[in-house]
Design a protein around this ligand. Structure first.
Ligand code: GRF
Length: 190
């Protein structure tokens, strides 16, 4: 299956997926058709280019959501993706975008989406001194972090006494869970 990975920042999940395609759970299962960003200066875009992956960007700054998204959809379609994989893409998708790739958009959220939606999920877990949090991979629907859950994995936060440590433990889980869940989904759905 062909993946379009969308990011706005660091890109550690994109790198983990690229590694899984090269030599892990996604090997022989998926290929990265494009890494796209709404921010041409996103560090993750540069990391993708350094790996030799195709990259594309369109600046979203100052753009209205719907007209921007329609342009992104057109751009992505040039790469014929089977799945749109959100990896720290910091924009809420418009209904038109969601409909253009219905049932084929996947997101990773660093909390249980039943308990927490939107930004700052690790801060939320840390501030509330949770003893565990759950990483969630879900299909994207028209709501914010409301789509059907594909997989969840618990992160033990006992003894994680800084936000950095909470993030470190969480990201380690994100990086394996995302690739494994996509591999299962692609095997099931094609
Ligand atoms: C991750 O925590 C992801 O779950 C969330 O945004 C962050 C992106 O990090 N949606 P990275 O850019 O993949 O390093």
């Amino acid at each position: 299956a062909r993946l379009a990975i969308l990011l706005s920042g660091r890109g550690s999940n994109m790198l983990a997926l690229a590694e899984a395609v090269r030599a892990g759970a996604l090997r022989g299962v998926a290929e990265i058709a494009v890494v796209f960003s709404n921010d041409p200066a996103a560090p993750g875009l540069e990391s993708a280019a350094a790996l030799g992956l195709p990259t594309a960007s369109l600046p979203s700054k100052g753009r209205k959501r719907e007209s921007f998204d329609l342009e992104v959809v057109d751009r992505l379609k040039e790469y014929q993706p089977d799945y749109v994989v959100l990896a720290g893409y910091m924009r809420v998708l418009s209904p038109a975008f969601v409909r253009a790739f219905a049932g084929r958009i996947v997101n990773i959220h660093p909390a249980d989406t039943h308990q927490h939606q939107g930004l700052h999920a690790y801060e939320w877990a840390f501030d509330n001194r949770l003893s565990e949090t759950k990483i969630t991979v879900h299909l994207v629907d028209e709501g914010l972090d409301t789509g059907p859950i594909l997989a969840q994995q618990v992160v033990n936060l006992v003894g994680a006494d800084t936000l950095a440590e909470v993030q470190r433990r969480g990201l380690a889980v994100e990086h394996t869970l995302y690739a494994n869940t996509l591999a299962d989904l692609i095997r099931k759905e094609g």
